[in-house]
Structure formats: C-alpha cells, structure tokens
Design a protein around this ligand. Structure first.
Ligand SMILES: C[S@@+](CC[C@H](N)C(=O)[O-])C[C@H]1O[C@@H](n2cnc3c(N)ncnc32)[C@H](O)[C@@H]1O
Length: 186
C-alpha cells in the first residue's frame, strides 16, 4: 500500500519526461505549489538549492530554477530516474543551472546548500529530514512537503511529530500534499 502513490507518480513522470504535451499538462500541478514554496522560503537567485527526490521528471527542481534563477542540484536514489532526468535537463537547455546526481537523502552532505527541498515521496521522510537538519549550515532553509493526513499511509513517514516545530507553513488545497513546512536552521 505504501508504494502505490510513489510508483504511480514515477510511471506518469517517465511519460512526462519523454512527451512534451504530458510534461506541460503535469507541470500545471506543480506550478502553483512551487510558486507558493518560493514565496514561503523567499528563494533568491543567489541561493544554492538542493532537491531531494527528483524522480524521472524533476518538475519541482526545474520550476524552482525557472522562478528564481537559482542554481539547483537534484538528487535521486534510483539510477534510472537520474539517467532520464539528466536527459530531460539537457533537452531543456538547463545543463548549466541544474545538475542531477545519483545520491540518497540520508547520505548527502547538505552544508553547501542554502535551500533544501524535500519531495513528499522521500523515504523515510522523517529520517532524511533529521539527517538534513542536523548537517545543514546555520540559516539554511528546509522545505518539506507533507502529505494529507488521510494519505499518510501511502507515504513513508513514521513520525510526523518531527515536523511540528516548523516556523511557517503554506497550505495547498485540492492536492495529495497537505502543506509545505519551512524550517530554518538556528
Ligand atoms: C517520483 S519523484 C516525485 C517528485 C517530483 N518529480 C517533483 O519534482 O517534485 C520522488 C522520487 O524520490 C526518490 N526518493 C525517495 N526517497 C529518496 C531518498 N531517500 N533519497 C533520494 N531520493 C529518494 C524516488 O526514487 C522518486 O524518484
């Protein structure tokens, strides 16, 4: 049960990475979401952004760059997703501004980044969050997408209480994502 939504998302994203009309249609889902996240964290062109869990079609990382001009590093722990999304970034002409790496959110060193973004499908969400929060630099901002309560079982989150201490949240209506929580390392 836990894997149904992440698996379906990957299938859809593989299609979106290859077919422009599907890419355009699915990106509509992400546009408002990312605009609200950019406003929440006040992302600037000078920020260095790290996205955890880009998938085969890393809409969030691409839009974060498009809306702010910031340099974005996207990681995924699925090698096939990394290969597909690298091809897409080249096709879009964003190779200088967006890099895609094979890595796990639980192992990456986050200290070089001023903004860190976590997809709702990241697994295990609470563990990766604690690793990033502990290792990031002071003042770094962490944006975490949290699932709707009724959908929590479809995602990999054991302890939602670690997300209670956020500074601010942006609520999202009509989505599987309930809200994006902002944390600032102090
Ligand atoms: C399907 S994507 C959805 C994100 C969406 N494309 C976006 O732009 O917001 C979620 C990805 O997170 C990856 N993932 C899950 N847990 C991870 C972790 N601990 N470290 C790195 N990637 C992870 C999965 O392999 C999957 O490809």
């Amino acid at each position: 049960m836990v894997k149904i939504i992440p698996k379906t998302t990957k299938i859809l994203e593989r299609l979106a990475a290859k077919h422009t009309p599907i890419y355009r249609m699915v990106s509509l889902y992400y546009k408002r979401l990312v605009q609200e996240e950019v406003a929440l964290a006040k992302v600037q062109p000078t920020d260095k952004v790290l996205c955890i869990g880009g998938g085969p079609c890393p809409f969030s990382g691409i839009l974060l760059h498009e809306y702010t001009g910031a340099h974005v590093t996207i990681i995924d722990n699925d090698e096939s997703c990394v290969q597909i999304s690298k091809g897409l970034i080249e096709k879009l002409g964003y190779g200088k501004y967006i890099e895609v790496l094979y890595s796990d959110g639980n192992n990456i060193s986050p200290e070089d980044y001023s903004v860190i973004h976590m997809a709702v499908q990241v697994s295990p969400m609470d563990q990766v969050f604690c690793h990033l929060k502990q290792g990031c630099r002071f003042g770094a901002k962490i944006l975490v997408r949290l699932p709707k309560k009724s959908l929590t079982n479809f995602y990999s989150v054991n302890d939602l209480s670690v997300f209670r201490t956020c500074c601010k949240k942006a609520a999202h209506n009509w989505r599987n994502v309930d809200s994006t929580a902002l944390f600032i390392k102090s």
